[in-house]
Design a protein around this ligand. Sequence first.
Ligand SMILES: Cc1cc2nc3c(=O)[nH]c(=O)nc-3n(C[C@H](O)[C@H](O)[C@H](O)COP(=O)(O)OP(=O)(O)OC[C@H]3O[C@@H](n4cnc5c(N)ncnc54)[C@H](O)[C@@H]3O)c2cc1C
Length: 423
Amino acid sequence: MAQGQEKHVVVIGGGIVGVASAERLLQAGCRVTLVEPGEAGGPQAASYGNGAFLSPASIIPMSMPGLWKQVPGYLMNRTAPLTVRWQYLPRLSSWLLRFLQAGSSKSRVTRTASALAQLLRNAPQHHLDLAMRIGAPWMIRSQGLFYLYTDRAAYHADRLAWDLRRQNGVVMQELEGAELSAQVPGLANRYGFAIYLPDGKHCVDPGGYTQAVARWCETQGMSRKYARATGLTHDNGRIVAVRTDQGEIPCDAVVISAGISSAVLARMAGDRIPLETERGYHVELPDADLDLPVPVMPQDLKVAIVRTTGGLRVAGQVEFASASARPDWARADLLRDKLFSCFPALSGTDPAKVKRWQGNRPSTPDGLPVIGPASGIKGVFYAFGHGHIGLNSAPATAAIIAEMVAGIPSALDPTPFAAGRFR
Ligand SMILES: Cc1cc2nc3c(=O)[nH]c(=O)nc-3n(C[C@H](O)[C@H](O)[C@H](O)COP(=O)(O)OP(=O)(O)OC[C@H]3O[C@@H](n4cnc5c(N)ncnc54)[C@H](O)[C@@H]3O)c2cc1C
């Protein structure tokens, strides 16, 4: 079938990647069923609690040259932005080695950055377009984004990352001293330098936005199945149904966008994908008295600070542990303390009024998502592994998926995202 018409597609997972894919598939003329055991964009999803950044700068992978030198220090320091639960280290070791290898040279990270730049081109604007299509343009705000540094020397220490951004067309402005203090009232005076990204945007409620996309899709005819996908049924190597804990759903195509749970399903479709959770946290202060129209990312703290409809949110941390391990709320408390160090006037906040959340970033070691067909079953497509940039890159992923399902050549080169790169 050359076009989407009459094709029944099951989308597994109601995070932002799944619902954005569903929306594009409906546009392509497919019949769509969303399989998700919880609410779309509910707290079980990474899409609920992220940092809400829609940043043109997010083309830089986490693993960069020299990171390996910092890892031992991180592991010994309880307050570091990255931590590993020791009992998890044996399971993590091969992923971690691949992760460090992916960032081991300038040429590797240059390749990764240009693949991500392709995926993220105009991503903030694509979100605004999506929000308009679903009738909720207010959910995406266009105030730009600040990346904060203590001084120009600290910024220069990140030169490779910013050079790559510049080479990939990211528009940026420098801001210093009093000009910065005027733009970010209440900011700790240790910050003397910033990069402003005028094209950056943010989402005021990532979970609510995901849910709003799903609801809009339902008004456009999408069926909703509150179920967990458990298997894939094929006939002569072509998908014919998705098995769930609530019964089987016949279909012509499947999109696996189940976040951190995607690797188990991909295995059934013939691909072994090294997918790990980079567990993250957020803290939200519902009553914070701080005027912060433009979100900030202090580079010394490695957190995103953003005003959402739920309050002032600080999000960050990378914790390697099993996806099902209990949250270590001390990690969230660290975020709260970092927020206070950034905006000292908030330090008196009543701890009882602080809300905390933990979620799983679905991460590949090379910092690139997995987008494309499965190797073992025709009609199965992958849309997962977006790590730190899944909110940002969801519309572009959705566009690629809809084109692939409909059999239309993709406008973007999907080669860097193919599952086969891990073979
Ligand atoms: C602290 C933190 C900060 C972040 N900040 C940003 C940011 O500022 N900008 C950005 O772009 N990204 C950010 N991210 C990353 C981003 O949140 C994720 O990449 C993105 O949400 C992943 O979306 P997803 O749809 O792939 O997965 P998820 O949102 O995790 O959704 C997966 C869904 O699949 C469902 N599911 C699982 N198994 C099954 C099954 N078997 N059957 C059916 N359904 C299933 C789950 O219930 C879940 O709802 C951040 C992440 C974290 C944790």
